[in-house]
Structure formats: C-alpha cells, structure tokens
Design a protein around this ligand. Sequence first.
Ligand code: GUN
Length: 280
Amino acid sequence: MILDGKKLSKNILNNISLEIKTLKNKPCLAVILVGDDYASSVYVNKKIKTCNEVDIKSIDYKLDKNYKEEDLLKLIDELNSNDEVNGILVQLPLPVHIDTKKIIKKISAKKDVDGFSPTNLGLLLSNDTPYFYPATPLGIMMLLEHYNIEVKAKNICIINDSIIVGRPLAAMLLNKGASVSICHKLTKNLKDYTLNADIIISATGVLHLLDDSFFNENAIAIDVGICKKENNKLISGDINYEKVANKIKAISPVPGGVGPMTIAALMFNTLKSYKEKNND
Ligand code: GUN
C-alpha cells in the first residue's frame, strides 16, 4: 500500500482554505529565511506558495547570509508583539554564526507554529498539550491516522534525533502507547532495530540508505528523507523505493509522502493559532 501524502494533504488544504473563507480576517504567517541554502529556499518557497493557495497571508523575510543574530532577535521581538502575525517560522538550519537555540527560544510559544520552542517541546515531552506540534511529526501522525495505522503497543524505529523530526515524533508516539527507538549516526547495527520494528520512520538525508534487507515483510515505512540527486533536484528519499515497495506492507513515497504533509500541518498550525487568538 502506498501512503499517499500528496492526496491527503490536498484534502486537508482544501478544508483549511474553505474554513479561512469563513473568517473575518486572514491568518498571517511570518516566514524567515537567512542565507541561500538551496534546500531551505525550496522548502520556504513551497511554504509561501501554499500560504497563497489557502489564503494565509505570508510576510516573507529573505535575509542575507551575514544577517546579524542581534538583528534577527530584534525582528522576532517585533513579530512577537505584532498583533496581525499568528505564526513565526524561522527556517532551519541557520548560518553557523547564529545561535539557533537562542533564536528559537525568542519565538513566543503561542506563535511558534513549528513547535520547536522549549515551552512547546517541554509540554509535549511531559505528555501535556503543546500549543503546536512540530509540522513534520504532525504530518506523519496525520498520515498514519488517515490510513488507520495503529501505533499503540507497536515497535517503532525512528532514524533521526533532531528537534525537527525524531525527538518530538518519539514523544508523540510514546504518548500514544508505542515503544520507540531513536537511532542516529552512532547507532550500531541499525538492522537490529529496523528488522524488529512494525513501523520504520527514516529522516537521514542519505540517499537510499535502506534497501529491502532492512525491513520485515509486515513493516510500514515512512520516508522523511529528501536527498539531492546529481542534477540538484530534491527527488529521492532514504529508502530504495524500487527495491522495497513490493516487499513490505506499506510505504510513503518521496516525493508525494511526508513532504506535502509537513506543509499541510504548518498551514493547520497557522490557522489554529489564528482561531485561538480570535473567536471568529
Ligand atoms: N528545516 C527542515 N524542516 C524544517 C521545518 O519543519 N521547520 C523549519 N523551521 N525548518 C526546517
């Protein structure tokens, strides 16, 4: 079975767009990109384009790679106190001269539609309700739920330990009763984990890291990897789809799997933020 994130995200975005038509004002998302990292530019442009499609107003800041940390902190302060702005997104990774943790801490938890702030991650980890769940994990959870894939009491292997994917996703799954292993660069014998897992979620960015020898026949694979091919196109994932797709129970493709779900989840969070602030 193919877990079709493209189709599901279209339905979600369609519902979001219909709901926005009923509101007094448009929700508003500030999108900040510092520097010219190729992949980040692609993601940010997709986010801005989708905002336009669902009628979320985006305020775009495409800042020079030498933009100063103190200026970025000031900008976030202004956006925190700007009543029109419902969500603030700072695209990661930031250039190395900027302290990412300091920047994320500065974003008001109620506008942190990425869900990366210590308040939101802390609430999530303590099995409380954060203002926002991070977009990629939320998109994955929506995809699993849509296809009625139960996570309770399942063995789930996540290959990623970042705050963008692995850590919040592990907490979300744990909160629903899954047994979760987080694997990363230093993990020995990765197959010991993947072969034992009911669900494998991989986000390494290593092209075709996983072939069919990593999965049992009942496995469900979620591919969060986006890898550059020679022509610089972002089109392939961590999993060798050709070799794996017919040998396991279900797989999310790249493209058309988690990528569009992440964007749909971000739009969902931005609308949620608007609704929580305004009572219309
Ligand atoms: N970089 C890769 N994924 C993400 C994301 O979901 N949000 C932000 N802010 N940066 C990212």
